[in-house]
Write a protein that binds this ligand. Sequence first.
Ligand SMILES: [Zn+2]
Length: 99
Amino acid sequence: MELLVILFFFGLSAGAVAKIKGHSFFLWFLIGFCLPFFGTLTALFTSNDRRAGTRTRRCTECPHVMPIHMQVCTRCGADLPFPEPAPEPLRAQERLFEA
Ligand SMILES: [Zn+2]
């Protein structure tokens, strides 16, 4: 019985961390519940979707602009290289959108 309570709190902590980072609370609750300690740790080290969502990059094959964490272009299907800091023209464009 105590084990269930402990598992519940591991699930809760993983879910809470994931929720803060913009992921599904329920999914991460299950992960934390089934994999106590590891679920919470994994949730802590996952990328922050909310922060990543504000950064974009341009496909190398077409003019499609997408979130920086995408690895395949959603328009033309091109494999994209590991994300690097946005090139200068794109940053200038982002500043234009923010203004
Ligand atoms: Zn593309």
